[in-house]
Design a protein around this ligand. Structure first.
Ligand code: ARG
Length: 263
């Protein structure tokens, strides 16, 4: 497994585009760098390869590479970021994908393209794509002909604190996932429960971003402060690796948001 990450050199809270962000709630840069380095090391110790994109000054959320695209059928689907505060990241990520030799499914993002925030909002379990919408991605994006309609599960997000699907849902295997059910509309909850076995996290641990975990086979890297989920995962025979992520919670992100699968 290969993941794309971006060092937090220019990371900070410089605007507010989700309810977690507060410009008065500054990032401690030294701690943020340590937390990112620990995550980076842990991912590699768990056997994944990490590629790095050069951070760019003025794009403080570029560290959240999960939104840079979606790796789908060996190709990349580019995002259309909802907020102008992040739209400028696209050019850098697009160039990186092209230079890395990755094929782009939708190279021409324009103003009329429905919004789509990449792997932050679309998660695969086997060949099923759990397609999040409601805050940052538009449901209409998934009508694009490059998606296989029969494998799409539309998941409506209804709680602004869980504005991307990767903040409240995380496949562990093709048949098993964790979730925070009340982040989804009741119709979506019912649909999702028919598609995959679900382990619910508590409200308290959901707010610590329990669902924003990196899954590398039997290893799960999750934000610290989620002891109940850690116990449950151990009981399912996963190796659990808690990582301190509080500097990233300030931006509304954690472990998984800082990575993008690219193979
Ligand atoms: N501050 C970033 C934003 O609001 C956080 C992105 C988190 N990414 C994610 N995949 N959940 O866009």
């Amino acid at each position: 497994m290969k993941l794309l990450m971006c060092r937090p050199t220019y990371y900070g809270i410089e605007y507010e585009i989700n309810p977690w962000m507060n410009v008065d709630y500054k990032v401690n840069h030294a701690i943020a760098i340590n937390q990112w380095n620990t995550l980076y090391d842990t991912i590699q110790q768990c056997g994944a390869q990490v590629e790095l994109i050069e951070p760019v000054k003025g794009w403080p959320d570029m560290v959240f590479t999960a939104n840079a695209g979606l790796y789908y059928q060996q190709k990349i689907i580019l995002p259309h970021f909802k907020y102008k505060e992040r739209q400028g990241e696209l050019a850098y990520f697009k160039k990186w994908f092209i230079d890395a030799g990755l094929e782009l499914i939708n190279p021409d993002i324009h103003e009329q393209t429905p919004f789509f925030e990449g792997a932050g909002d679309a998660l695969l379990a086997g060949n099923k794509l759990f397609a999040g919408y409601g805050f940052r991605s538009d449901a209409t994006f998934y009508k694009s002909d490059f998606f296989d309609e029969s494998n799409l599960i539309y998941c409506e997000l209804i709680d602004p604190y869980f504005y991307h699907i990767d903040t409240c849902f995380c496949p562990l295997t093709d048949e098993l996932a964790i979730w925070y059910p009340s982040a989804f509309s009741s119709a979506s909850q019912k649909k999702m429960a028919k598609e995959i076995e679900l382990i619910a996290v508590t409200a308290e641990e959901a707010k610590k971003f329990a669902c924003n975990s990196v899954v590398l086979n039997k290893n799960i890297i999750l934000p610290s402060g989620c002891p109940q989920l850690a116990d449950t995962l151990s009981a399912y025979n996963f190796n659990v690796h808690p990582c301190d992520m509080n500097e990233y919670l300030k931006a509304g992100g954690a472990c998984k948001c800082l990575t993008l699968r690219i193979d």
